[in-house]
Design a protein around this ligand. Structure first.
Ligand code: AMP
Length: 661
């Protein structure tokens, strides 16, 4: 069977050829033909089976074959793909770009945890295919930026994980406002009753395609088990990673604290590594992932949530530094290697206290994991693990992480109550790069400055890490040599708030800092600011310098972003646009209804969506507004940032302390 046999068109076939896809995977062979015919498809398949291509190629081909009717002057969203995590969303959109590189279709990805403006700008410009996580999709819909009247195809990806992560209610909400009449492609690795309920309500006479059960990676992956004491795991890990044949390694730890610690231990051993978990900024996570994919770092240490769905081609090794509580998680973890039938190695460490976790895993695998004997760190500690009064295992990693979190909290409290240090010196070197505490800075001079580390994090434009080194949470932040001194933003001492100051040195520093910020916006994320791949991709492109005429001052309306308020149902049943800017109250009564395009555009010309090029200028013009909060706020403030933060997730054991770093 070839891709040609499936009925795919030449532009897609040549894109697949360029990716070295020789023949379709089973899910592709089964799902592509009915999907091309417009049938609903129910696919039982997990990440790693090639399901993205199974739904993306028929979508591309169908959309290409049907001319879009412009919707209020822009191309409408005709395909919507809903997926649970940011990482998956990114990968899916990258796949659409790759498979559709010979087709004139536009795609975009939206997810939480990053500023919404670049995403809104993309939507304003019009997209054919939108990949989204549920939270951000609902947020942007509530603000009136999402219009799906012309939706033709809907994909619900990883439905069972949506359920695991507590997203099912968001999904149900979304299903209420997308059109009833559409083609639906539904993917889920397992079919718990809630998911079955969704299937029944959503799919019409679906073609059912099922491929390899969840335990399929077991067949192609070389699995090994090392019995090793907790205190020796780190040494064993670095010795194994240094061995020839380990090209790269994804290491799973139980806790975020553990991930940081392991990454630090590996770094000390000279193994370039990074940690990713839910407490890392999106930028740091994307940067670490990009560095890992490009081979700049050899080891990526992750918690289960952070690593969900990440697809690293040619991952040679997965290490289970800790065994997971849930046996299926073991299969998901090792499935990160051995992609698309390729081989891979999965190494698991088991300390005496973890033996109880091993049994259910082996039961699921229906075979024991081969034990490696005669290694340099054999298990010597056979002490019975501690249990709580209910007889439940007390996990020492959890305890250690809690303790570390308590200590960090103590340190933070102590830092808050300590007398304020001196004002920072002028200039860009030394501690002048620290975020100062200009409580005495007057109105209109600068945004109110933070008085605590938490407040620093909420500052507009705050980035905890500017370099990979800083993203490596386990390693102490190093002074940035290029800048001189210890002033790298995000570093330990650099977070210390400094004294209130109006002294000239501080004012000079502040002016310089603002100049740099303004330049940064103008340069469209150029220079030393590390942006994640999506942010870079979604960011409005800077016009070519030479051809760039002097920028016109934006009109007052252009400078006003749409007010964040839920779109309302108009009396006629249509959805009204969010009101715009500070004159919203007056406008609200006199202009109760605007076209969706105007809602999206919100520029000087209500019938024309604002050009993406205008966005940075608008941002520069924005003033901090107490009512509206900081520029480009992360939505869902105060609640979960994204799917990885969801309450009720089956992965809750990894989230026992939100303060943990
Ligand atoms: P997915 O299950 O969609 O996440 O895909 C898993 C991995 O398999 C991705 O890295 C794809 O690029 C790759 N892949 C998908 N289909 C094929 C194919 N037919 N041949 C080779 N690689 C594939």
């Amino acid at each position: 069977m070839t891709f040609q046999d499936l009925g795919l068109c030449p532009p897609i076939l040549s894109a697949l050829k360029a990716l070295d896809y020789e023949k379709p995977s089973p899910i592709q062979a089964k799902a592509i033909p009915p999907a091309l015919q417009g049938r609903d498809v129910l696919g039982c398949a997990q990440t790693g089976t090639g399901k993205t291509c199974a739904f993306a190629t028929p979508i591309l081909q169908q959309l290409h074959g049907r001319k879009p009717e412009p919707h209020f002057g822009v191309r409408p969203i005709r395909a919507l793909i809903l997926t649970p995590t940011r990482e998956l969303a990114l990968q899916i959109q990258e796949s659409f770009v790759a498979y559709g590189k010979n087709l004139p279709l536009r795609s975009a990805v939206i997810f939480g945890g990053v500023g919404q403006q670049p995403q809104v700008d993309k939507l304003r410009a019009g997209v054919d295919i939108l990949v989204a996580t549920p939270g951000r999709l609902q947020d942007l819909h509530d603000q009136g930026y999402i219009h799906v009247e012309k939706l033709e195809i809907f994909v619900l990806d990883e439905a069972d994980r949506m359920l695991d992560m507590g997203f099912i209610h968001d999904v149900k909400k979304i299903l209420r406002w997308i059109p009833q009449k559409k083609q639906t492609l539904f993917f889920s690795a397992t079919m718990p009753p809630e998911v079955q309920g969704l299937v029944d309500s959503l799919l019409v006479d679906p073609v059912k395609v099922a491929v390899d059960p969840v335990s399929s990676p077991v067949e192609v992956i070389d699995q090994k088990l090392y019995y090793v004491d907790r205190g020796n795991k780190s040494k064993l890990l670095s010795s194994l990673i240094k061995a020839p044949g380990v090209k790269n390694a994804l290491i799973f730890t139980r806790t975020k604290h553990g991930a940081n610690k392991v990454a630090g231990d590996l770094a000390k051993e000279g193994i370039p590594s990074a940690a990713i978990h839910g407490n890392k900024s999106q930028t740091a996570r994307q940067q670490a992932l990009a560095d890992f994919k490009s081979g700049r770092i050899k080891a990526l240490v992750a918690t289960d949530i952070a690593a969900r769905g990440i697809d690293i081609e040619e991952l040679s090794h997965v290490f289970n530094y800790n065994l997971p509580d849930v046996p299926e998680t073991y299969v998901h973890r090792i499935g990160r290697t051995g992609r698309a039938g390729r081989g891979g190695t999965a190494v698991s460490f088991c300390e005496f206290g973890e033996k109880e976790l091993l049994a259910p895993i082996e039961k699921l695998l229906k075979r024991p994991i081969p034990v490696v004997e005669g290694h340099p760190y054999p298990m010597e500690n056979f002490e019975a693990p501690k249990r709580d009064k209910h007889g439940k295992l007390v996990n020492p990693d959890d305890q250690e992480a809690r303790q570390a979190a308590r200590e960090r909290k103590k340190q933070r409290d102590a830092a808050k109550s300590a007398p304020a240090p001196k004002a920072p010196p002028a200039g860009r070197g030394g501690s002048a790069r620290q975020t100062p505490k200009p409580s005495s800075v007057g109105r209109g001079q600068a945004p109110a400055a933070p008085s605590s580390a938490a407040a620093v994090k909420k500052q507009p434009g705050y980035r905890p890490s500017k370099t990979l080194d800083q993203a490596l949470s386990a390693m102490a932040p190093k002074p940035s040599k290029g800048r001189g001194g210890s002033g790298a933003r995000g570093g330990g001492p650099a977070r210390q708030p400094s004294a209130p100051s109006r002294d000239p040195a501080y004012e000079a520093w502040l002016a310089e800092e603002r100049r740099i910020q303004a330049q940064r916006f103008k340069d469209d994320m150029a220079g030393e600011v590390i942006m994640d791949a999506t942010a870079r991709f979604l960011a409005p492109k800077a016009p070519p310098r030479s051809a760039d005429p002097a920028p016109k001052a934006p009109s007052p309306r252009q400078s006003r972003p749409p007010k964040r308020e839920p779109a309302k149902k108009s009396p006629g049943g249509g959805r009204t646009a969010p009101s715009v800017g500070r004159d919203a109250p007056a406008r609200r009564s006199s202009t109760p209804k605007r076209s969706p395009a105007a809602a999206v555009g919100a520029g000087s010309n209500p019938t024309r969506p604002a050009s993406p090029k205008e966005a940075p200028k608008r941002d520069q013009k924005r003033r901090p507004d107490r009512r509206r909060g900081p520029m480009e706020p992360t939505l869902r403030l105060g609640s979960q940032k994204d799917s990885t933060e969801q309450q009720g997730s089956l992965m809750r054991p990894y989230y026992f302390n939100p303060d943990e770093d």
